[in-house]
Design a protein around this ligand. Structure first.
Ligand SMILES: Cc1cc2nc3c(=O)[nH]c(=O)nc-3n(C[C@H](O)[C@H](O)[C@H](O)COP(=O)(O)OP(=O)(O)OC[C@H]3O[C@@H](n4cnc5c(N)ncnc54)[C@H](O)[C@@H]3O)c2cc1C
Length: 418
């Protein structure tokens, strides 16, 4: 379907980015996403899996570094351009877009610190890499701590009785890391690096955290078996285990003093990006459903010719447009201000993901029995959409963290960086 953009100010460059990303999504990502969806989790990350071919092609086109500034070797896309690109890529495959965006996640966060030494050491090589030999991930969740890690503002967050399962101790000029992360770490089976959240000060409870950059080939690191799950099977997950892993002190770029604020801001930036997943997936479902409604004949004419169906399809259309408007606004604003307005990110993620799930569910309903079969792509979209309200912070938990911000933060004093 040719898509009309309500933004009448798109430049020729914006449109070219959209067209190129759509072509890549349609010709490369969607077929590979469908292929991986049918594999076991182990096969999906094994040598020879099409995931590697996809990563190479994505890197060759520079999609992994699209939003990085030109000064560090990125493509310098504007926030609007990176939004347009991401919507198209997710339209092709949410899981594979996740692989590509997570590849750059640790490096974006290092860039935000402004630490020149770390930028030279990690961000510049990532941006120079065009063969997918440097890829990132973000390890937060632990077997015993999911939402616990997202509790700034709650009493339990500062309770020293709550201990993380992943601990770091300073030993001279090095940190020594022990413990484990849950099977939910996206790209743990494939990434070369992770951005690791861990506990540094046990006296501060969950608030005594820190964050470091960690190459995953260091001695003492082991990866668990890839996780079998119901949707987003083209976004691999797995555990990480740490046994006396040593890193230089400078790689720990966030410490306990600033950790509670940092985790809220980082979660805010992450959830601004999560809105991109919701819009791409909802639009894919809308396109599939509209095409099906034009083709499927019941009562002697295509479904779309029936009065009730016109209402349902138009309602889906309105929801997709509402998600895009909110997602773009949140993403563009939070790409430009510091600290990010996390309350808007959480509002955006919860609203967009819940609305996307509604749209996709209605799509399946319109497909009737066919929507539940593997023959129709809407079935994959439906399974992929189920995780949207859980990943990167379960939605009720995000609403709680957002509520704490509204209680304590206003008036807000973010600075416009552009
Ligand atoms: C597809 C996918 C990708 C993911 N990728 C990553 C990744 O890259 N890295 C990573 O580290 N993690 C990742 N995760 C993990 C994700 O961040 C967690 O699943 C999420 O934070 C929720 O944690 P949990 O699953 O442990 O649920 P829990 O925290 O156990 O929550 C279960 C339920 O209890 C409720 N609840 C929790 N705490 C409270 C409370 N204090 N009061 C009242 N109710 C409460 C929640 O609202 C929820 O409904 C991913 C998850 C998915 C599904």
């Amino acid at each position: 379907m040719t898509y009309f953009d309500m933004n009448l100010d798109l430049t020729d460059e914006d449109r070219a980015i959209k067209e190129a990303a759509h072509k890549f999504a349609k010709e490369v990502m969607r077929p590979i996403g469908i292929e991986i969806d049918k594999m076991t989790a182990v096969e999906a990350v094994a040598p020879g899996s099409p995931i590697w071919d996809f990563l190479k092609k994505g890197y060759e086109l520079g999609y992994h570094k699209a939003a990085f500034p030109e000064e560090v070797g990125g493509l310098g896309f504007t926030p609007l351009q990176s939004h347009i690109m991401s919507e198209e890529l997710v339209w092709g495959s949410l899981g594979l877009t996740g692989v590509l965006l997570l590849a750059g996640w640790p490096y974006v966060k290092i860039l935000h610190t402004g630490n020149q030494e770390l930028i030279e050491e990690f961000v510049v090589p990532f941006c120079q890499c065009d063969d997918a030999s440097i890829t990132g991930s973000w390890a937060i969740t632990e077997p015993d701590h999911g939402s616990d890690t997202l509790g700034p503002g709650e009493d339990f967050f500062y309770d020293p009785k709550l201990k993380w399962q992943c601990q770091g101790k300073l030993d001279g000029d090095e940190y020594v890391i022990n413990g484990q992360k849950a099977a939910w770490v996206s790209c743990a089976p494939t990434a070369t690096h992770t951005m690791l959240n861990l506990q540094l000060d046990t006296s501060m409870g969950m608030a005594g955290g820190g964050t470091c950059i960690l190459p995953l080939n260091l001695p003492g690191i082991e990866r668990g078996k890839p996780l079998e799950k119901v949707g987003q099977r083209d976004l691999p997950q797995g555990e990480l285990f740490f046994d006396n892993v040593r890193i230089p002190k400078r790689w720990m770029f966030v410490g306990p003093e600033e950790w509670a604020d940092w985790v809220t801001g980082n979660l805010g930036f992450g959830n601004s990006a999560m809105t991109l997943f919701a819009i791409g997936l909802a639009r894919a479902a809308f396109d599939e459903t509209l095409a099906y409604a034009k083709e499927r004949v019941q009562g002697g004419k295509p479904l779309i010719e029936h009065y009730a169906m016109k209402i349902r399809i138009h309602r889906m259309f309105a929801q997709v447009e509402a998600i895009r408007a909110m997602s773009r606004a949140v993403w563009i604003m939070n790409s430009r201000i510091y600290p990010v307005a996390s309350e808007y990110a959480f509002a955006g993620k919860t609203f967009c993901s819940e609305t996307a799930r509604e749209v996709i569910d209605e799509g399946v309903q319109i497909f009737g029995g066919n929507g539940l079969t593997k023959e129709y792509f809407i079935e994959k979209l439906w399974r992929d959409s189920r995780a949207l309200t859980i990943e990167d912070g379960e939605n009720y938990v995000l609403n709680r963290v957002g509520g704490n911000l509204l209680k304590d933060l206003y008036p807000r004093t973010s600075v416009n960086l552009l």
